[in-house]
Design a protein around this ligand. Structure first.
Ligand code: NDP
Length: 333
């Protein structure tokens, strides 16, 4: 197993020099392009009142700190309502001399634009908010369509994929991919003969390691981005029924101490060693910087065994509101 991780690391990673000191490895996409092996997340999440509303420049500041620290990959989405902030930060850094071709910007098509001919206009709207000519990666956010009045839209996601291919042909995005699709759904997209998705973005963390899906994607040369990489390790975010570990778990703390690291860095490193691009979100400068310091150590086989043992198949984002949708992607319990 350990040999398998090392093979992934050395086969798919090339270390490149980042202008700002930290060396961020890259993965190769099926379409030949490079994708940086860690991305800053920009979703503000939910609180007890529902979605946290963006309130000013918090994401803009975070993206600027991230680029200064050496991040080259930013993950956003239309539905996060922060594309304008991401765009202001990116453009500010371009003005300071960062090259556009050295940045990798990912955004996502929301569920209310699943009709084939709705995809290009939706991406144009995202580009307008981002104030960019193109994004590097455009993802179908979910396989489930939903009209703006919240009723289900049963449009086949293969039709949506046709729209994605068109968006790429027009040069509005360099690469295209999917998010929250299951294996059968990906098989259907591939079977359409249009274009194999370059990337699958799904939830991956200690409690939800998805080894079968990762093996499937490796077999198809689809790069996996792992969202909610910290899962339930922070008590402030963990639901009461969420399985262990938490960040103070003695076994995790011991692993971290061994490498002079902190537990969140061990978690991100583990995902990277699984061949996954983690997408840690933070609005805190120090944490943004800490989360990038994960490419200068390597976990041992014993550490892998400990970390692997936390996989409970537990999902933090089951999106039960779409449970009855014909394209709901996750196992129904
Ligand atoms: P994360 O697992 O990234 O956790 C974010 C939380 O962890 C925040 O509360 C943050 O706090 C805290 N945190 C970050 N780093 C540290 C650290 N070093 N020490 C202590 N606390 C830390 O959760 P997300 O759910 O936000 O997922 C990450 C990203 O993945 C999203 O932002 C989004 O871009 C993407 N995503 C995609 C989805 C999809 O459907 N495709 C679904 C969900 C997420 P603070 O900000 O206060 O520092």
């Amino acid at each position: 197993m350990y040999r398998y991780f090392c093979v992934i690391l050395y086969t798919f990673c090339v270390v490149i020099d980042a202008t700002y000191g930290v060396e961020v490895p890259i993965f190769k996409l099926l379409d030949g392009r490079d994708i940086p092996a860690i991305a800053l997340g920009t979703w503000l999440g939910n609180n007890t009142q529902g979605r946290v509303k963006p309130e000013g420049t918090e994401v803009e500041e975070a993206v600027k700190w991230a680029i200064d620290a050496g991040y080259r990959h930013i993950d956003t989405a239309f539905v996060y309502k922060v594309e304008d902030q991401v765009g202001r930060a990116v453009n500010a850094k371009l003005d300071e001399g960062v090259k556009r071709e050295d940045l990798f910007i990912t955004t996502k098509l929301w569920n209310d634009a699943h009709a084939e001919d709705a995809v290009v206009p939706a991406l144009r709207e995202s580009l307008r908010k981002l104030n960019l000519d193109y994004v590097d990666l455009y993802l179908i956010h979910w396989p489930v369509g939903q009209f703006s009045n919240l009723t289900y839209d049963d449009t086949d996601y293969v039709e949506t994929w046709r729209g994605m291919v068109e968006a790429k042909k027009l040069g509005l995005t360099k690469s295209i991919g999917i998010s929250n699709f299951n294996q059968k759904q990906i098989d259907r997209v591939i079977a359409s003969g249009l274009e194999t998705p370059s990337v699958l973005q799904v939830e991956i963390n200690l409690n939800l390691q998805q080894p079968d899906l990762l093996a499937y994607c490796k077999n198809k040369s689809i790069v996996v981005m792992g969202y909610t990489p910290f899962g339930s390790i922070f008590p402030s975010k963990a639901r009461s029924e969420a399985p262990p570990p938490r960040v103070e778990d003695p076994a995790l703390v011991d692993i971290a101490k061994k490498y002079g690291k902190i537990v969140p860095q061990v978690v991100l490193r583990y995902l990277f060693e699984l061949g996954v691009i983690p997408i840690p979100k933070s609005l805190t400068k120090l944490r943004i910087e800490q989360n990038l310091q994960v490419f200068d150590f390597q976990l041992s086989q014993e550490d892998h065994q400990v970390l692997q043992s936390y996989d409970q198949g537990y999902r933090t984002i089951p999106q039960l509101k779409w449970l009855e949708h014909p394209y709901y992607p996750f196992k129904k319990n």
